[in-house]
Design a protein around this ligand. Sequence first.
Ligand code: SAM
Length: 175
Amino acid sequence: MKIEVLRIGQRLVRDDRVTTHVALVSRAFGASKILMYDANPEIKDTISKVNSMWGSDFQVEIIDNWKKVLKTKKDDLYKIVHLTMYGENINSIETSLRNEEKIMVVVGAEKVPIEVYDIADYNVAIGNQPHSEIAALAILLDRISCGQQLQKKHDNAQREIVPTKKGKKVVDKTI
Ligand code: SAM
């Protein structure tokens, strides 16, 4: 399944750390791209360094107009999956989500405009309590991949971790 993530909301510039973590989670849990507006361009550099060290060609795109992006994605047959505590519980719709071919996941920063609730094909709640966009995104992507993403290795990685019971073991694949 092709997965892209759109982060919307106010205060993104003042919220760099959370935005970076949303991007890192998107990459690590199987999305191919994150789109965001009003975000610090340094986040692009951070992700690019992570890509060269640990592999993948995950992309970061800074956009001007998220409404236009949502419309274009809908026209391109993406299903819009909006993460909100007001939505349908993930437990009841995860099977339908897994059967989709292309999804655009929308996560908010602060209050999300009501039109997003209308344009979304799925409004998905990771439980109906308020928590965090980072946690909500990680759980959604993990439910979609049924944990498979956690086994993934990247051919273009410079370094690869060998899981160990204690300590750290890392293989340098460039030598
Ligand atoms: N009160 C805000 C609202 O109206 O959406 C909550 C903002 S919350 C700090 C930021 C984002 O985290 C939300 O836009 C949503 O994408 C995500 N989020 C928080 N709790 C969630 C939950 N229980 N289920 C799904 N997404 C959640």
